[in-house]
Design a binder for this molecule. Sequence first.
Ligand code: 1CP
Length: 332
Amino acid sequence: MNRLVAALRRQPTDRRPVWVMRQAGRHLPEYRELRTSVGFSEAVSTPEIAAEITLQPIHRYGMDGAVIFADIMTPLQAMGVDVEFTPGPSLRPHSLAEVAALPPLDVDRVGHVAETIRLVTAAVPDDTAVVGFAGAPFTLLAYLVEGGGSKDFAAMRGAVLADPPTARAALENLAHSMAAYLGLQVAAGADAVQLFDSWAGMLDEATYRDLAMPAARSALDVAGAPRIYFAPHGPHLLGAQVGIGAEAHGVDWRLPIDEVWHLLGDDVAIQGNLDPAVLLTDPDTIAARTAELLAATAGRPGHVVNLGHGIDRTTPPEHVAAFVAAVREGPV
Ligand code: 1CP
């Protein structure tokens, strides 16, 4: 069993596993170079290219996890939703009823993602885990209703509060499709899967418990690989995440990692939680802050080192290398 999978299952490892969210895109010069000749959607839908991008950070840094190059909106495109990347997702705003009526995902239409996973699995060293992912239902609903990214997703929150039953139907519909999508990725060889609930932190705790959390739990109903649930910017939601059905929780940097672990309970692994801004500083600061993070969880199996959110696109690659080196040289 590789180091990342072992840690997600809270088993002892020779050293702490490390990978970085959004490591496959944007901050890497080799990614930007490749993207000068290939569009985002074309890169995702061409398994050889998606696999090459997935492997770029593995070759450069030797990360313990290779996160498949795709987007949380990729399976929605296969459900007939027209999405463009500019660079974030851009689409026609959908009503809750339209989302509730979307056809279930036909996994044959995302066969390119399964093929990318097979190519990456064949190419990585045995001790590198292949990480599949999906967007959580609430976060997907946010993009669908809003028609793209937003500062506060007010239109989506208004729609959900105005009609909770239709919101629930829309979320359940997305949850079934995402469970199927994660299942496809595990069947293709993903060693672990992550559910990104990037915008759940927008919700008050009661609405999260009522709508977003049950939908995420349904989407996580997949067997055969450890599951990571990641809902950043929501320290007020940590208590409500308990029992969501993930072996591990990704956490942001707003609370100290040992405190978050205490809130989530001893029976889950923790992934995080260095502030991505630390990687914008300098190698000495990065080493010191990483050492502090490792010390806070030293001797406790089940810590996957990662950032508290995706890596900033302006991060110098040497700073990422300094972070990875600090983890390798640090205490178990
Ligand atoms: O390492 C990787 O690049 C892995 C593949 C990956 C993942 C896991 C991409 C590629 N996107 C994602 C997840 C994703 N996509 C999330 C969840 C993670 C998070 O919270 O950070 C979200 C919210 C999205 C939506 C999205 N897609 C955005 C954010 C837009 C916004 O402001 O709301 C953006 C910019 C995209 C496009 C995209 N997806 C991925 C990349 C590398 C890019 C940028 C494309 C480019 O500029 O080349």
